[in-house]
Each structure stands twice: as C-alpha cells, then as structure tokens.
Design a protein. Structure first.
Length: 120
C-alpha cells in the first residue's frame, strides 16, 4: 500500500479516522491509534473516548436492565395483594389473581433473560 499523500512512498500505517494509508512523514502516532498528521488527531481521540464510554455503559447495562423485570414482579405482587382485599370467590378477585400471576411470571422470565444475556 502506498501513502495517500506521497504516492511513491510505502504506507507504514492506516489512519483510524479515514482509513487512508500514511507514510512516516504523514503519520501521527497517538499511542493507541494512528491518524493523519494535523488532520484527524481529534477524531481518533474522540473514537477512543467513545470506545471507553461504550465499555462503561455496557458494564452498567445489566444493573439498569434489571429494573424493568423488578417493576413487573412488584406490580404483580401489589396486584396479588389487592386481589386478596376483594370478596372471596368473585370474578374480580379471580381476574386480579390471574393478572398478578401473569405479571410475576413475565417479570421472572425477563429477569432470567437479562441475566443470561449478560452472563457471556
């Protein structure tokens, strides 16, 4: 591969921002990536920061995603408690018991799926 700016020179690296081949005169080695000298250093720095933030966000994801299944489980328990305040044997009580079972089951399935997704 030849340098994008100097067609007679061999490229020693590829800019992380634009993907062009660069010779030693055109390259700016940032230690974690190569950029076009005086042109793409900021973009490569931004890419590094983006990657760093993505890793941190991915690490925090399981905790934040567990809030949703917890919400369904808690709502199911609240609905179940409410159903016991109704007259025993009525259609309303049966309706709320079924709804609470559905909510709790859905919450538990979500919980297990989130845990399994982030186990890898």
């Amino acid at each position: 591969m030849k340098c994008f700016n100097h067609l007679t020179r061999d490229a020693t690296g590829i800019c992380k921002a634009c993907g062009k081949g660069l010779c030693m005169e055109c390259v700016s080695d940032l230690g974690y990536g190569i950029a076009c000298k005086d042109k793409h250093e900021k973009e490569v720095n931004d890419l590094r920061e983006l990657a760093r933030h993505s890793v941190n966000a991915y690490k925090a994801s399981p905790k934040s995603l567990l809030i949703i299944p917890l919400f369904f489980i808690i709502m199911g328990l609240v609905t179940l408690m409410f159903s016991f305040s109704l007259t025993v044997g009525t259609v309303e009580m049966l309706f709320f018991i079924v709804i609470s079972i559905v909510l709790i089951t859905f919450g538990m399935v979500l919980w297990l799926r989130v845990k399994a997704a982030f186990k890898r």
